[in-house]
Design a protein around this ligand. Structure first.
Ligand code: NAP
Length: 498
């Protein structure tokens, strides 16, 4: 029997509210088109109400000792652990990733929330010597104030938690706008913070379209920082609008991530890695392997292995633990990916896949065959982000050409090289233009204790996760304490040399 689709409100000032006169939208299961949840299309007035609530709650939260803010996060982590299976299933039902990955999404949330709880006992500034006697110099971290978090649908619990936990431990109040097509996962994340006892108004949740709710957040003067993860087009829009108000806008955007396979690579190891990197989450990870750069000496052998393995690759209901790949996340996603596949058919050689899947359960959802093209470097499919189960395979003659091809795209998120040559591995770590490089592993597999982000059009220089996650959400204040009891002038009262 189909599960009932719950109705959600907005979460403002610690209450779930349904303001009068708002329209609603639904999220659907991309495997079955069954409704998953019903949500309010928020308005600029709702954003104002959320910011009012955040503003009222901010001073008390700012003044709560950071270790106590950490205690709250530990309670959130416990709630997420208790609800892991349930939430993992909601992720799979609303977003379409296979159930092992649905659970993984929640596990990543747990890991990060726990990790950030510990940050409550660090939040480190630095102390440095003064050039003057009897003077002490240090930096302390202070919250930004009210921050906006705007998130995508592909990691519908993990990315919200990456932002929320880092913003909260830093002492900020938040307005959170999730991707519309995974608003249910986002609402369940908010409920975990509510259950943990987060004071009213510290975290507010406004659903609704990017154009309306997102724009209201990007233009509202009381928001000082916007943490945005999504595509380049929307990211650029938020950046430009935020710049008008001199806001700090942190962008985590797309990728076109390469795996390089050298002639000395362990091909069996690489086969598992490329399959997981390219077709895990139906290719809808920002770090997904979308280019496979093969040394000519192993080109035919490895491509043959890959095509053979894909003949037996299972695509279907993502709640079935035996299934390797589920649907793509939405009808819109399906259309965009199929358009790219048509472009690929004109400019490259299709080797496998290339169609929407039909028949039986496939007719109810958005299923696309795992697809591989052989292509020359420079084609659109080898340079633009497709964000689906489509892999471009490129032939190169040597390491130098491989790195040149890998770097010749506008993005720079993740990258990988398979080789047994330690010198080449270390060169690749330095020469691949990306925020992340894996050696003998695919382009996916972030761990929360390390920084995450990219170069070039993947972002604007910031990093999430790891201990640096707090940089996005804190201001550094420089403090001088002069205990000499006299006026001392830096650069002027110069001590004689010892
Ligand atoms: P998206 O269309 O850019 O949407 C991302 C978020 O921005 C959603 O909440 C969306 O709301 C909102 N939004 C859309 N237009 C907006 C506007 N004009 N102003 C303010 N907000 C706006 O991206 P997506 O399709 O959800 O996610 C896929 C993209 O995210 C891919 O490019 C992927 O590479 C990238 N991504 C990057 C990372 C990373 O860390 N680098 C991680 C995951 C995903 P609605 O849902 O209501 O439209």
């Amino acid at each position: 029997m189909a599960e009932r689709a719950p109705e959600y409100g907005l979460f403002i000032g610690g209450k779930w509210v349904s303001p009068a006169g708002r329209t609603r939208f639904q999220t659907i299961n991309p495997a079955t088109r069954e409704p998953v949840g019903s949500f309010i299309s928020g308005t600029p007035q709702d954003v104002t109400a959320a910011i009012d609530a955040a503003q009222a709650a901010f001073p008390k939260w700012r003044d709560t000792p950071a270790p106590h803010r950490g205690d709250l996060l530990l309670r959130v982590a416990e709630i997420l652990k208790r609800r892991k299976e349930e939430l993992g299933r909601i992720v799979t039902r609303e977003m379409g990733k296979v159930i092992a990955e649905g659970r993984g999404d929640v596990q990543e949330s747990i890991d990060f929330v726990e990790y950030m709880a510990g940050e409550g006992r660090r939040l480190a500034g630095e102390t440095v010597p003064s050039e003057l006697r009897s003077k002490f110099c240090m930096t302390i971290r202070q919250p930004k104030g009210i921050v906006a978090c705007i998130t995508p649908w592909n990691f519908p619990t993990a990315i919200p938690n990456w932002k929320i936990a880092a913003a909260l431990i830093s002492g900020n109040a938040i307005v959170f706008k999730p991707a519309s097509n995974t608003a249910g996962c986002a609402a369940e994340v908010v409920k975990a913070y509510e259950e943990a006892g987060l004071p009213p108004g510290v975290l507010n949740f406004v659903t609704g379209s990017g154009g309306i709710v997102g724009t209201a957040l990007a233009t509202e003067p009381r928001i000082r920082t916007i943490s945005f993860t999504g595509g380049v087009d929307a990211g650029r829009e938020v950046y430009v609008k935020g710049a008008q108000g001199l806001k700090m806008v942190h962008l985590e955007l797309g990728g076109k991530n390469p795996v390089i396979l050298m002639e000395d690579a362990d091909l069996r190891l690489a086969l598992d890695g490329v399959l997981f990197g390219a077709f895990g989450t139906s290719g809808q990870r920002c770090t997904a392997t979308s280019r496979l750069i093969l040394h000519e000496k192993i080109y035919d052998e490895f491509l043959g292995m890959l095509l053979e393995r894909l003949k037996h690759f299972s695509v279907g209901n993502p709640l079935d633990a035996k299934i390797e790949m589920g649907p793509v996340a939405s009808e819109d996603q399906e259309r965009k990916i199929l358009e790219f596949i048509e472009i690929g058919k004109k400019e490259a050689t299709l080797r496998i896949g290339g169609h929407k899947l039909h028949g039986g359960e496939y007719d109810r959802g958005f299923f696309i065959e795992p697809t591989i093209f052989e292509t020359a470097h420079g084609t659109r499919i080898s340079k633009e982000e497709i964000f689906g189960p489509v892999l471009s395979v490129l032939r190169v003659q040597d390491y130098e050409e491989a790195v040149r091809v890998a770097n010749d795209v506008s993005y720079g998120l993740s990258s990988s090289i398979y080789t047994r040559d330690v010198n080449r591995a270390f060169r690749a770590m330095q020469e691949l233009e990306a925020g992340i490089t894996y050696i003998n592993a695919p382009t996916i597999g972030a761990e929360v204790q390390l920084p995450f982000g990219g170069v070039k059009n993947t972002g604007n220089g910031g990093r999430e996760a790891g201990s640096v996650a707090i940089e996005e959400f804190t201001e550094l204040k420089t403090v001088f304490v002069d205990f000499s009891s006299k006026l001392q002038k830096a650069q002027i009262d110069i001590d004689p040399s010892p």
